[in-house]
Design a binder for this molecule. Structure first.
Ligand code: FEO
Ligand code: CA
Ligand code: CA
Ligand code: CA
Length: 630
C-alpha cells in the first residue's frame, strides 16, 4: 500500500507493535478500511517531525468576520452543506427551508459534527466520509423558523439528524463529494437499528413497538465519533434526552430520568407533542434505547447499524480507540455534562489483525471503567497527580443487586448512577479524547463548567477553577504505557484563559496562552501523524467582556512537546467548529462548520441574498500542496 494511505490509528497500531514486540500484532498485515498496513510507513512522518519545527504556519489573528480565515498559503472549499442532494434525483436545496421531510431524507443532514475518513481498499483517489448530523436548527430547517408545529415538521427534523455517509473522490489534488454514489446514505432517527451487548433484551429496553427490546428506531444527537481498526464507524449519541418530553405536565420524573436530564417540555425539540414515541408519559422505556454508541459499516450501504451497549449509556462525546500492550481494543469516552465522568472500555478479546470481520462483535464483550483522579499537587500552572480506573461490572465495587445493579444490563443502562456509586471524579464537561500516536498519552478537553466551585461541585485536582468559563485540556499517561492499565499519572496540559482581561491566575490561563492565541471552550481534539494536536472550540463568540479578543469559534494547533499553541483557523459568525478528518496523506483536512449564524448574522457558505446559512464540511488544502500544519 501507499504510505499516504495510512491513518492515525494504523500508525498507532504500528507504534504499539514496538511495545508488543513479537506479540499479538507482530507479523500480521492489519486490514484497516480496506488497506493493509505498510511495514515502514511510520518512519517517514516521524523523521519529518524531528527535522523541523512541528508548527509551520503563521498564527491567525482573532476575527469576527463571516468567513473562514486561514494562514497565508492555505485555502478552503465547501465539500458538502446541509440540504445538498445525495442522489441525482434528489430535491435541490432551495435555501428557504421549504423542502419536505421526504426530500430531506435524500439530502445531507444538518449540524455536521464528528467525521471518519475511510480510504478505498484499492484506489487512493476514492474514499468514504461518514459524517455525524448532530441536531437541527429549526430557525433554518423549517420554513416558519420555529419549533415543530406538526408531525411533518418533526419528521423533517428526524430526517436531518443521525449520520450521512458520502463518497468522495480526488481529482486534480482536490477531494470532492460524489453525488449519486451508491454508497451515499442517510442514517436517520427512524432507521431500524439493532441492539447488542449486555442491555439487549433488557426489560428497560422493551416497548410496545419492540416487546423484545432488541431493535430501536434511529440514532440522533450524534456528536463526535470514532473509527475502528476493522473499518467501521462509531457514532456517539450525546444529548438524546433533549428529544424527549412529557404530555403530562404533572408527571413526577424518576431519579433516573432526572439524572439523564429529561425535562417535561423537552429541551428545544417538541418531538413528543407529535410523535408519541418521545413522550415519556406514554413510552418511558424509549428513553433507555438512546445514549449509546452505534457502529456503522460505511462500505455496506444496506448494513444495519448496531448499538453497542457494553460501552455504556450517557451523553457520549467521541470514542478514541487505541490498542493495549496485549493487543486488546481500548475505547476512551467522555460524558459531556457538568460533573459527569470519563470512561474507558477494554475489550475481552484481542484485535484480530488477520481477519477484520472477526472483530465484528468485539465491542460486545469487555470491561467498562470510570476514572477517579486524586487532588494532585495543586500547582496553579500545571497541576499533576495520580488516578485510577474503577471497574463498572455488576457484582464488583458495590454494584450489587440491592443497589439496583443485578446484571451488567442494569449497569450499562444506568451508567451514570453506577459511576457515582463507585466514587468517580466529577469533571468539567468531558468532550473529545485523543491519543497521541507517538507516545500513547491521552488528552481530553474539559470544555467549561460555570457550576464548578458551587454547591456540591467543589474545585479539585483536574478541575481547579471555580466558575470555569474557559476550560482546560487534561492529559494522562497510563502506567507502563499500557492502555489497559489500572492506574495513570495525570496533568493539565493547558488551561485556557484571557490574559488581557484577567492578568494573573487563575483566569489568565497557563503560560502558553497569550493575547494572540487565546480562546475558550476547547471541544474537538485530534492528532495528525506528525503528532500535532488539533483543538476545535465551541465557546462564546461575543468577542467582549471575559471573551474580548477571542473572536469567533476557531481551530488551533499545538505542539504537545513544547506546549506551544497557535490559532490555525477562525470560523464564520455564530458557528461551532467541530468535526475533523484528514485525508491519509495529511494534505487535505476536512473540518466541520456547525450552525453558522445560529443567532443570525451569517450567510455562510452561500453568501447570497435570501439564502439561509447552513452547516458545512469544508476541505482545507495548501496552495503548494503540502502537509497541513507543517
Ligand atoms: Fe456535541 Fe459536547 O458536544
Ligand atoms: Ca462537542
Ligand atoms: Ca461543546
Ligand atoms: Ca453545537
Amino acid at each position: 500500500m501507499h504510505d499516504e494511505q495510512m491513518t492515525d490509528l494504523e500508525r498507532l497500531v504500528l507504534s504499539r507493535r514496538r511495545f508488543i514486540g513479537a506479540g499479538a500484532l507482530a507479523g500480521a498485515a492489519l486490514f484497516l478500511g480496506g488497506g493493509t498496513l505498510g511495514r515502514n510507513a511510520l518512519a517517514e512522518p516521524l523523521a519529518a517531525a524531528r527535522s523541523r519545527p512541528l508548527l509551520g504556519f503563521a498564527n491567525v489573528p482573532a476575527s469576527s468576520a463571516d468567513t473562514v480565515t486561514l494562514p497565508p498559503g492555505y485555502r478552503f472549499r465547501p465539500l458538502i452543506s446541509w440540504g445538498q442532494p445525495l442522489h441525482a434525483d434528489g430535491a435541490p436545496y432551495r435555501g428557504d427551508g421549504s423542502h419536505s421531510a421526504a426530500e430531506q431524507l435524500g439530502q445531507f443532514g444538518d449540524n455536521n459534527d464528528g467525521m471518519g475518513f475511510f480510504p478505498w481498499p484499492d484506489d487512493p483517489d476514492r474514499a468514504l466520509l461518514a459524517i455525524n448530523n448532530e441536531y437541527v436548527n429549526y430557525r433554518y430547517l423549517l420554513a416558519h423558523g420555529h419549533l415543530p408545529q406538526s408531525l411533518e415538521d418533526v419528521r423533517k427534523a428526524q430526517a436531518a439528524v443521525g449520520v450521512t455517509v458520502i463518497e468522495v473522490q480526488r481529482k486534480g489534488g482536490e477531494w470532492r463529494f460524489v453525488q449519486g454514489s451508491p454508497y451515499n446514505r442517510r442514517i436517520h432517527a427512524n432507521l431500524p437499528i439493532s441492539i447488542s451487548g449486555p442491555a439487549r433484551g433488557h426489560e428497560l429496553l422493551r416497548t410496545a413497538a419492540d416487546p423484545q427490546g432488541i431493535e430501536v428506531l434511529g440514532t440522533f444527537q450524534n456528536c463526535a465519533s470514532g473509527r475502528t481498526p476493522w473499518g467501521t464507524y462509531l457514532t456517539c449519541e450525546e444529548n438524546f434526552s433533549d428529544c424527549f418530553g412529557s404530555s403530562d405536565a404533572g408527571l413526577a420524573l424518576t431519579p433516573d430520568q432526572q439524572r439523564y436530564g429529561v425535562e417535561h417540555a423537552s429541551v428545544g425539540n417538541d418531538w413528543h407533542r407529535f410523535d408519541e414515541r418521545f413522550d415519556i408519559a406514554r413510552h418511558p422505556n424509549e428513553l433507555h434505547r438512546h445514549g449509546w454508541i452505534t457502529e456503522i459499516d460505511p462500505f455496506d450501504p444496506n448494513s444495519r447499524p448496531v448499538k453497542r451497549t457494553a460501552l455504556g449509556r450517557f451523553k457520549h462525546e467521541n470514542a478514541a480507540l487505541t490498542i493495549s500492550r496485549d493487543g486488546r481494543v481500548v475505547v476512551y469516552m467522555g460524558d459531556d455534562e457538568r460533573g459527569e465522568f470519563i470512561y474507558k472500555f477494554v475489550t475481552r478479546d484481542r484485535l484480530n489483525t488477520r481477519d477484520p470481520r472477526a472483530n465484528r462483535d468485539i465491542l460486545d464483550h469487555g470491561s467498562l471503567y470510570v476514572a477517579r483522579f486524586d487532588a494532585g499537587d495543586g500547582d496553579p500552572q500545571q497541576p499533576r497527580g495520580r488516578g485510577r480506573w474503577i471497574e463498572l461490572s455488576a457484582g464488583k465495587n458495590g454494584l450489587t443487586a440491592e443497589r439496583g445493579f443485578a446484571s451488567q444490563g442494569d449497569v450499562v443502562i444506568r451508567t451514570r448512577q453506577a459511576a457515582s456509586l463507585v466514587g468517580a471524579t466529577r469533571m468539567d464537561r468531558p468532550e473529545w479524547i485523543a491519543v497521541n500516536p507517538h507516545d500513547g498519552q491521552v488528552y481530553c478537553t474539559l470544555t467549561n463548567n460555570h457550576k464548578r466551585g458551587s454547591g456540591d461541585l467543589p474545585v479539585d485536582g483536574p478541575n481547579p477553577r471555580a466558575n470555569n468559563i474557559y476550560g482546560q485540556i487534561l492529559r494522562w499517561r497510563e502506567d507502563g504505557d499500557d492502555a489497559a492499565a489500572g492506574e495513570f499519572a495525570w496533568d493539565l496540559y493547558l488551561i485556557a484563559g484571557n490574559p488581557v482581561v484577567h492578568p494573573g491566575t487563575p483566569n489568565a490561563g497557563s503560560s502558553q496562552i497569550n493575547a494572540d492565541n487565546m480562546f475558550n471552550s476547547p471541544d474537538g481534539l485530534g492528532f495528525d501523524a506528525d503528532g500535532r494536536l488539533w483543538v476545535l472550540t465551541d465557546g462564546k463568540y461575543s468577542d467582549s467582556g471575559d471573551f474580548a479578543g477571542m473572536g469567533n469559534n476557531q481551530m488551533l494547533c499545538a505542539d504537545p512537546r513544547s506546549g506551544e499553541i497557535r490559532r490555525f483557523m477562525v470560523g464564520p459568525v455564530g458557528c461551532e467548529v467541530t468535526g475533523l478528518a484528514f485525508a491519509p496523506d495529511y494534505r487535505t483536512l476536512f473540518v466541520g462548520i456547525q450552525h453558522p449564524g445560529e443567532e443570525g448574522g451569517s450567510s455562510f457558505p452561500d453568501h447570497q441574498p435570501g439564502m439561509r446559512p447552513r452547516s458545512t464540511v469544508i476541505a482545507i488544502t495548501r496552495e503548494d500542496g503540502g502537509v497541513i500544519g507543517a
